[in-house]
Design a protein around this ligand. Sequence first.
Ligand SMILES: Cc1cc2nc3c(=O)[nH]c(=O)nc-3n(C[C@H](O)[C@H](O)[C@H](O)COP(=O)(O)OP(=O)(O)OC[C@H]3O[C@@H](n4cnc5c(N)ncnc54)[C@H](O)[C@@H]3O)c2cc1C
Ligand code: FES
Length: 279
Amino acid sequence: MTNKIVMAEVRMNREIAPGVYHLQMLVEKETAAAARPGQFLNVYPEAGSRLILPRPFGICSADPDAGTLEIVYEVVGRGTEILSAAGEGTLLKIAAPLGRGFDTESLKSLRTNDARPPVLIGGGVGCGPMLFLARTLQREQVPVTAVLGFRDRPFLIREFREAGCTLLTASETEQEGIFSGNVIDCMTAAGLSAPAYFACGPRGMLAAVDAYVSADCGDEFLQVSLEERMGCGYGVCVGCSTRIREYGENGQPQTVRRKICTDGPVFRGNEVIWDDGTR
Ligand SMILES: Cc1cc2nc3c(=O)[nH]c(=O)nc-3n(C[C@H](O)[C@H](O)[C@H](O)COP(=O)(O)OP(=O)(O)OC[C@H]3O[C@@H](n4cnc5c(N)ncnc54)[C@H](O)[C@@H]3O)c2cc1C
Ligand code: FES
């Protein structure tokens, strides 16, 4: 467990869709080099803001050469509103990288038997962490299909194209040239089938993706990033504890409590108890 707080300097903080911001920050090169897709960072509130808890955000890009980390976030309350006003040169107190990210090693054994590309599914600001994964897989020369779902105007499309993805984009508001509906409607219409799936987005979307993947290849081949409420973000307060289904050596499932911030935020689809009352 580590919570080394470091200073990050805002390089860019740009509104890329109504209420959605893309923030790039300068950090020490070792911090950027340590980040893996699916991990998150905590932004600590500035002194005098009357906020106590840090705000967690999935890392959407990490460049060790430039020493940069990026996040994409939506303004939903006071913390993100303050963050949206942080101009170039603002110093932020952050802890990064945190949590357990996506397991991409397992793709190697899957790919020897199956040439179909893995599918990455992002919903809204959940597209951010999927972009980091897409860029990482591009470097490893793994072809990828990305399905991106939006309530309204899409964003990060150019970045996903540059990451070499075959792209399916859906919006729940009618948009020219984009599938009208949600990601499940879009995947169903495309008849999408894959040996492995990765997803990040609202819990309702993740549960629907789990049902889709269960019917396709089994939800043990789905990895989801859960973005539940958190406290400390590094394993101390137990505020993010949730019930998880684990499988013992005999293959029998048992229910255990796990911390989303340190045991996750990434879990396998078959580990998540979708109907546990969490929205
Ligand atoms: C591991 C992790 C990764 C995340 N990654 C991202 C990301 O990449 N981009 C992004 O925009 N957001 C992300 N979030 C959610 C983000 O942390 C919250 O939106 C943020 O903390 C809200 O702070 P606030 O002070 O603006 O809002 P608050 O005043 O704290 O809350 C405002 C409203 O947002 C709701 N809310 C707050 N946090 C969450 C949450 N975690 N999930 C659902 N609803 C919430 C509250 O219930 C309330 O209705 C992530 C959360 C976690 C746990
Ligand atoms: S947020 Fe404090 S233990 Fe997970």
